[in-house]
Design a binder for this molecule. Structure first.
Ligand code: GLY
Length: 373
């Protein structure tokens, strides 16, 4: 159990967070709100997976076969997002691009639609809110969809946020709550002097903890609507197009994020083939995107684990060391719940039952993995 002691005169932090992505920053912010002295170590805050991420908050459309426990955590975190977004926005006085128009899942061909339908039937079977739409209803919602899109469904509770604005807001909120910064890389957890250390370093956590966290490459494009206006569609669109899977995320600024490849690789090169596949699928679904400017092509590394679920909790055999990593495709949506549960664990010493399926010891002894640096 850890509590802040404002009368203490030593400078030792209560909590050191290694990694200033959304998860690390949110943990730092929450801990500082509880009166703990917090320091965050990162030479380049916000430069990891979140810099590339699209920011879909998709507990429904990303509920996959065999991932029940992960789906439960995604759903729990999604319910915390409205309050989290409102509190953060109110604290810093700046928006984070949180939008609630919902998500459309669409299939271009009959085969694509069959694949999409199989997944949404599974999601409906779990009681998740996703509703098939007639093609006319789909077009009423998004007239810019290609006429040959065969059909789709709406997941009204799958929202979005802008991860770059989220990171900026979390940095400000954390700073205002008293968090301090150490802009240097941490080579080993033993270098960190704090009562509790939280490793929230994405796939860099593998080298720091020995946990089986592997980099999973994703290439992502950013387009911009011509003329400085907003994009010609408002929902997040997740599409299947001639066997390719793509998502399109419109921002008020005119930006459209097009993602993402999923590659079992550890490099961050942008390839012609990756860009071609993403653009072809995007333009097949929304032809007007061919007229947009292509303003950015980047690749990031998701922190994947053997069961694709995060690793959150006490590191076995390392008293005082917690981990919060392995968020793979879901780092942004899982930020609020991860921050709340890690903070409770630090303050009370007791893991919330929600954490049981995500404990670091579920993979057995730690092993060496390919890392992202
Ligand atoms: N959650 C989207 C992605 O990882 O590409």
């Amino acid at each position: 159990m850890l509590s802040g002691d404002p009368g203490r005169n030593d400078a030792r932090p209560d909590v050191a967070v290694v990694g200033a992505g959304p998860v690390g920053l949110a943990v730092a912010w929450r801990c500082a709100q509880r009166g703990l002295r917090v320091v965050v170590h990162d030479p380049a805050p916000g430069s990891g997976a979140s810099h590339v991420a699209a920011g879909m908050l998709s507990p429904v459309a990303e509920a996959y076969f065999g991932e029940h426990e992960l789906t439960g955590l995604l759903t729990e975190s999604a319910t915390r997002w409205p309050g989290f977004a409102a509190e953060l926005t109110g604290t810093v006085g700046a928006g984070i691009g949180y939008r609630t128009e919902g998500t459309l899942v669409v299939g271009l061909t009959a085969d694509d639609l069959a694949e999409a339908r199989r997944l949404w039937s599974y999601q409906q079977g779990l009681g998740l809110p996703i509703t098939p739409l007639r093609p006319s209803a789909l077009r009423d919602r998004e007239p810019a969809l290609a006429p040959r899109v065969r059909g789709g469904a709406v997941a009204p509770g799958d929202h979005q946020v802008d991860p770059r604005r989220l990171v900026a807001a979390l940095r400000t909120a954390a700073e205002r709550a008293g968090v301090r910064w150490r802009p240097a890389a941490v080579g080993s957890v033993s270098e960190v002097d704090a009562r509790v250390t939280v490793v929230a370093a994405g796939c860099g956590a593998a080298a720091l903890t020995g946990l089986p966290v592997r980099p999973v490459k994703g290439q992502v494009l950013r387009l911009r609507a011509p003329g400085g206006g907003p994009p010609g569609f408002r929902h997040v669109i997740r599409g299947y197009a001639d066997g390719e899977s793509v998502y399109l995320v419109p921002r008020d600024s005119g930006e459209v994020v097009v993602g993402a490849t999923v590659e079992e690789r550890a490099d961050t090169e942008v390839t012609a083939g990756g860009v071609l596949r993403l653009l072809r699928a995007a333009v097949d679904l929304l032809p007007e995107l061919a007229e947009y400017d292509l303003v950015e092509a980047t690749a990031g590394l998701r922190p994947g684990t053997p069961d694709n679920a995060p690793v959150i909790g006490a590191l076995p055999g390392r008293p005082g060391v917690l981990v919060a990593t392995g968020h793979h495709r879901h780092g942004i949506v899982l930020t609020p719940v991860t921050a709340d549960l890690v903070t409770e664990l630090i303050v009370t010493g007791e893991p919330d039952p929600l954490l049981a399926p995500f404990a670091p010891d579920r993979f057995g002894p730690t092993i060496e993995e390919e890392t992202c640096d």
